[in-house]
Design a protein around this ligand. Structure first.
Ligand SMILES: *Cc1c(COP(=O)(O)O)cnc(C)c1O
Length: 374
């Protein structure tokens, strides 16, 4: 190729790029997932992303410090083996049934990439975790939302075969509702489906039931968990999925070689082993959840019975966005969510008793002053 030709093709390239075709069309067409606000600096009480108001087990920092003392010069175990061994002890699932992830969002990405190809179909319930839809878009795949009924149950259309249906996501407990489908129903759904069902148990530690025992009974069931919520380790980034070993074996091919770092593996394993810490933390959250639920209902909200560490609140008369804004002005950040075709609502994470008491007082004040305006 002559010099002149070369410069010509370069000029052509840059013309093409100027027209905006650096990216795959599906990437340019999508909006991207928008995480809940993470304000910098102090002074804000965060009740918007379901983090835990209490600190993690002190054993976590201890394990991280020991790992640091040994140095970070070596790559970590690529399968997060120390965590898998902790999971085997605590959850009773053999290590090769567990795949570790850099947060459970990493797990959801791996699972989507492994099962759903371009043009194929991914199903999710509505309203639920919006990230699932984004994951389908990234794959160039189609997604289909099946609506919950008025009691937050799912009909048989959720379990029906679909046009090239490859994967179904189900958060259980669900977000934003905090409601739970019973394990028997989930097994029934999985048995009807032609494809895997990932049960996203991000909030299962706050619930009365979970689906971990179903993995053994049904190869189509995968159960994902996170250390972000019940273990108060959202900043550490660690999650995992449990599935039958022949499924896990295939998922391993899709993940980054070293998707979890040495500090996170050590910290997460230590957290999982501290059962007493989890039980105490859970008991506090459940007690405060009840106060929040009762308090909101007394203020006239319709509050769903929650099995997670947040509640979903609607109001028959009051517009909710001004209440969200008002709370924010007082330094309390909750989540205002609007689901087209469903309803809007306030999702409030369970904080400490004191924080929740203040939120209830602020809401009461705002509702009274609005009533006085009429
Ligand atoms: C918080 C959340 C996750 C993400 O957990 P990470 O481990 O922090 O990535 C997954 N699914 C649902 C439904 C969640 O609410």
């Amino acid at each position: 190729m002559s010099k002149a030709q070369r410069s010509e093709s370069t000029a052509q390239d840059s013309q093409v790029k100027a027209q905006g075709s650096y990216f795959r069309p599906e990437i340019e067409a999508m909006t991207g997932y928008v995480p809940g606000e993470q304000p910098r600096g102090g002074g804000v009480v965060k009740l918007n992303t379901n983090e835990n108001p209490y600190p993690a087990s002190p054993k976590v920092a201890e394990a991280i410090r020991e790992t640091l003392d040994r140095g970070l010069g070596r790559y970590p175990n690529s399968m997060g083996q120390p965590f898998r061994e902790a999971a085997a002890e605590v959850l009773g699932v053999p290590p090769n049934w567990v795949l570790c992830g850099n947060g459970s969002d990493d797990i959801l990405t791996i699972v989507t990439r492994a099962f759903v190809g371009p043009g194929q179909l991914l199903r999710l319930p509505y309203p639920s975790y919006i990230l699932y839809k984004t994951l389908a878009q990234l794959q160039g795949a189609r997604s289909e939302e099946v609506r919950f009924d008025a009691n937050w149950a799912l009909g048989d259309d959720f379990a029906a075969a679909g046009d090239d249906l490859r994967l179904v996501f189900l958060p259980n407990p669900n977000s934003p509702s905090g409601t739970v489908l019973p394990p028997e129903r989930i097994l029934e759904i999985a048995r009807q489906l032609p494809c895997p069902l990932l049960v996203d148990e991000a909030y299962a530690d706050f619930a009365e039931t979970n689906c971990m025992h179903l993995v053994e009974q049904e190869e189509k069931i995968l159960v994902s968990r996170t250390m972000s919520k019940s273990y108060a380790l959202a900043g550490l980034r660690f999650g995992y999925v449990v599935g039958q070993p022949h499924i896990i074996e295939q998922l391993v091919k899709v993940k980054d070689s070293y998707n979890c770092d040495a500090l996170a593996i050590a910290g997460a394993a230590a957290a999982l082993r501290d059962r007493e810490w989890l039980a105490e933390n859970r008991a506090k959250i459940l007690a405060t959840r009840q106060r929040l639920t009762d308090g909101m209902r007394q203020l006239g909200f319709v509050t769903v019975d929650s099995q997670a560490n947040f509640t979903w609140n609607t109001h028959p008369e009051q517009p909710l966005q001004p209440l969200y804004e008002g709370l924010k002005q007082h330094g309390f950040l909750v989540r205002y969510m609007n689901y087209p075709g469903w309803s809007d609502g306030l999702r409030i994470s369970v904080g400490t008793d004191e924080q929740i008491e203040t939120v209830l007082q602020l809401l009461e004040g705002m509702l009274e002053s609005q009533a006085a305006d009429y």
